[in-house]
Ligand binder design. Structure first.
Ligand SMILES: Nc1ncnc2c1ncn2[C@@H]1O[C@H](COP(=O)(O)OP(=O)(O)OP(=O)(O)O)[C@@H](O)[C@H]1O
Ligand SMILES: Nc1nc2c(ncn2[C@@H]2O[C@H](COP(=O)(O)O)[C@@H](O)[C@H]2O)c(=O)[nH]1
Length: 215
């Protein structure tokens, strides 16, 4: 007869992806989730885009030049990468693999192209959430209210919003970001449930067997 032992169960880390048209609020939701949940780590992307006022190196992005980006892409140092709004963005591979290996969950705020690449390479570890704005005028108001982009950049992002939104059916979950706190709570619920998926609980068969052996 074996004693039951919950330490037999270890959880596989998951990748939680938030995508949305620019300005719908995925970064805001991601920050809220990081504050509330110590078990999830943000993936910090590399980008060739210029740093915005208030952004910090290594916190918002790693700001790198095109040559370095191309080298990282060529050598496989990026888990996924894409050109978005005329700049290059990518996810450094090592940080994500280290976190997942340590059983930690990783949060991404990336576009549909990146989400597709992660789905191709690691579908079982991926949970994807598409964030919609409540209205088009509110999306524009948020982009403008952020106060960090020129009118030209805002117009370009609004023009590309429809294409980004067209990918919503590819995601596991869809939320409409009316209220930030409600949206954070919705993503928290998704995360809590997804952590309990049977396939993520390594050692579950052994644990169940240990219970059955004691019956
Ligand atoms: N539910 C909400 N209600 C009102 N304002 C919001 C809401 N969610 C986010 N915002 C605001 O909208 C602006 C854009 O949000 P945020 O930067 O999070 O968008 P994003 O989707 O990450 O954009 P990008 O793709 O360009 O990085 C910010 O000023 C943020 O404070
Ligand atoms: N495929 C990826 N897309 C990314 C990544 N990091 C950010 N993004 C997307 O870029 C746009 C623009 O971001 P911004 O900071 O310039 O406003 C954003 O909407 C994200 O979807 C990435 O690593 N890979």
């Amino acid at each position: 007869m074996a004693a039951t032992n919950t330490s037999l169960i270890h959880r596989r880390g998951l990748m939680l992806v938030l995508s949305s048209p620019s300005g719908a609020g995925k970064t805001t939701i991601a920050r809220g989730l990081l504050e509330r949940d110590p078990g999830i780590t943000m993936s910090v992307s590399v980008t060739t885009r210029a740093m915005r006022p208030g952004e910090a190196e290594g916190l918002d992005y790693y700001f790198i030049d095109q040559q370095r980006f191309d080298r990282m892409a060529e050598t496989g140092d990026l888990l996924e990468h894409a050109r978005v709004f005329g700049n290059c963005y990518g996810t450094p591979r090592v940080a994500v693999e280290d976190a997942l290996g340590a059983g930690r969950d990783v949060l991404f705020a990336i576009d549909w192209q990146g989400a597709q690449q992660l789905a191709q390479n690691a579908r079982d570890d991926l949970v994807s959430v598409f964030v919609l704005p409540p209205t088009v005028s509110e999306l524009e108001r948020r982009l403008r209210g952020r106060g960090q982009d020129s009118e030209e950049v805002i117009a370009n992002r609004m023009a590309k919003a429809s294409n980004e939104i067209s990918h919503w059916p590819e995601y596991d979950y869809v939320i409409v970001n009316h209220d930030v706190d409600e949206s954070i709570a919705a993503v928290e619920s998704i995360l809590r449930a997804e952590r309990l998926r049977r396939r993520r609980q390594v050692g579950l068969p052994e644990f169940v067997r240990s219970i059955q052996d004691t019956l």
